[in-house]
Design a protein around this ligand. Sequence first.
Ligand SMILES: NC(=O)c1ccc[n+]([C@@H]2O[C@H](COP(=O)([O-])OP(=O)(O)OC[C@H]3O[C@@H](n4cnc5c(N)ncnc54)[C@H](O)[C@@H]3O)[C@@H](O)[C@H]2O)c1
Length: 412
Amino acid sequence: MSVIDLADSARATGTTAADLTIVGGAGHVGIPLVLSFAATGLKVNVNDINLDNLAALKSGRLPFIEYGAENLLTTALRDNKLIFTNTPEQISKSGPVIVTIGTPVDEFLNPERHVILDCIDNLLPHLDDGQLLVLRSTLYPGTTDAVDAHLKRRGRHLNVAFCPERIVQGYGIEELARMPQIVSGTTPEAIAEATALFRTIAPEIVELQPIEAEFAKLFGNAYRYIEFAATNQFYLIAQAAGLDYQRILKAMKHNYPRARNIPRPGYAAGPCLMKDTMQLTAFARNEFSLGNAAMLINEGLPLHVIGDLRRRYDLGKMTVGLLGMAFKSEIDDVRASLSYKFKKVLSGFAYDVLTTDPFVTVDPDLLPLDEVIARSDILILCTPHLSYKTADLKGKPVVDVWGLLENANLIS
Ligand SMILES: NC(=O)c1ccc[n+]([C@@H]2O[C@H](COP(=O)([O-])OP(=O)(O)OC[C@H]3O[C@@H](n4cnc5c(N)ncnc54)[C@H](O)[C@@H]3O)[C@@H](O)[C@H]2O)c1
């Protein structure tokens, strides 16, 4: 039975009753949340427009890497704790509705604010007054109050909460169980109900006003992005001075608590950090100089590496191999990965560009690691997957900004 058949039959037989609905439940934020709630015994309505992901989940397969999720999915399916739906009319009236859809920025790096309101408008005819509506996507400041006002203008009285997701991608199951949950709401009932709901999966609840919670999420991501930019700029400064930044960083951090959290340099990418920094920049009317500087540094790092290679080598006669196409190590997600920026820019300069990744499954151009190593004149470690640490790179010159590789022929 296809997912659509399944959804139709669910509608026909009125079987969409569940303890809660997660709209966007088959996405990166949705899946760990669905499985964490299902593990507490709740029946969860996984509502998503991505039919492929719904079909994967229904067959017991995760559509992407989410560590610790496989057993939970198997158990949830076995215990009949999941239903799968793909239209707004199939959300369950019997419990809270949590929205975890994507909240992108547009080509001007401004938030696409209509996305959430469009989604709510589609859900609205199928929501009851008094029902708890939890926004969990990362939101432009003021969105929760704007949703509340939007609903009231339509004569509707839902309890709207904003409870931001703060997991690190791929490790949501573990982090949801370990990290405090920020809860905010537009009514005391919304706060009380959202608190009760998240108490079942989170060890601690921290309460804020909705706009404070929206800023807390954005500040958290922007801060991380700025941290990466700081260490990346230190790397560039050290490199320009002919020094080994990894050596300096190691010494700085050694038994010195104030330097403990300085990240290693690397390609800071993915679907959240830059996007959320840009949401803050838009809110601050572009007066977020640290955020803008962070973007220039982080997005500029691949260009710096390529510029450096062009000065040293005649790239037009050389094949460059890119190791790792996911946006970070040990996951399969290529969204906003700077590896693809490398590929795009190098395609204009190098004789050929070859790519490989042990986790990514969505890119038909990927080649086996051995072939990329054998055919390349130069390698760039784009993603620090752990398996590369011990890979035999056959003595090929390699750029390793991350400081991962041991015994490699490093281009410093
Ligand atoms: N990925 C992360 O680790 C992470 C962490 C914290 C916060 N966030 C935030 O969470 C939000 C979601 O991010 P994500 O990475 O899970 O995105 P995603 O694209 O992986 O998941 C979003 C899901 O929503 C579904 N969807 C979109 N519109 C829908 C609709 N109208 N009805 C039903 N389903 C719909 C999509 O099909 C997709 O499966 C974003 O605001 C993001 O910034 C993400």
